[in-house]
Design a protein around this ligand. Sequence first.
Ligand SMILES: [Zn+2]
Length: 393
Amino acid sequence: MKTTIIITLIMLFANYGDSQNFKAPIEGEYGKDFIIVNYIDWGTNQITDFYKGTKTYAGHRGTDFTLSGFPQMDKGVFVNAIDTGVVTFVQDGEYDRNTDGNTSLGLGNYIAIRHPNKLYSYYGHLKKNSLLVKIGDKVSPGQHIASVGSSGNSKDPHLHFELWYDSLYLVEPFAASCGADNSYWEESIPYDTVFHVWESGLTDFIPSINDLKNRPVAKVKFNEQDSIITFWALQYGIKEGDSTKIEWLTPNGSLWFEYSYTYQKDWWYYYYNSYILAPSSDIWGKWKYNYYYNNKLVVSGDFEVEKPSGIYEAETPSYYRIIDNENIEVFLPQNIIANTVKVYNISEQEIIQKDIRSQNSFALNIPNSKNNPEVFFVSIKHKNGYWNFKIVL
Ligand SMILES: [Zn+2]
């Protein structure tokens, strides 16, 4: 029995290890149009991809060619037949914007093709209504057969590709120690573990991961109406123990805030985001951000924090009165119709928010346990803009 299996396997690789010249199952260029996030798991006790690496997860039976997000999927990325063959099965009509893995949904929309030499290819998670072939159709190498989607058990738009011999053996199309003797691909597709930031940007709210998958509105100018400035990045090639750091610099170059994060595991596809509260004091102008991977600068950019219009400088103490080191009273000019007041500490953390509609004066209790003088920023939102001032208590 054992001998039979060994002979069969030797025959398998003897027949199919050297002679394939398959087209890539996805249109485009590695690292630009797609990346590979997961390979086949060949491990028994622990995960192992064909390269003896960890670009896989337990029990994964195919290769995941992954897009940069839903906007790219919406533009359309073709899935191509790897070789001549006949379509043996198609499934269409499944919802194609799934963002959480649900194993019961399987491959979602998919296509199966029988090729010469008893090889079968499977193309899963396809975009709904994008299928260009039907059962019985003959296909040629590289022919467009559908578009990449996120149907079925899928968290991000990607193509799950499987290759089988005679519906019995899962075939590894990549060449390396655990894979085929030679690559099955006409053009080699790199085995890539290097860290990359694929895309990044700024926006004005705290995005959820699904907001990031769909891309938040890009912003480079912020004003007093914005309460949040977020930096986000789609990155891949993170190894356990790696760290990233975001640094926010004021227009005069001084460090406003920094945040470091150390990763506890390998991440082959990861959405990062970190935010600051939009500066509400008088630090207007061109700000800068730097993003580091293992202390090496990988992304930097700048953005504008605009001086608000209609601001009333509270230079004169007549607009507020300090009662003691925790209490002040604020008097609003008669022409101001105010809505809310917010108080921020020196770290830009909001410590008070209060409704002050239809009030001409109001008291604020500002917790200030320190003996040293402490700086606070008071921001009053009114009908025509904001009235900001700094106080020392
Ligand atoms: Zn997969």
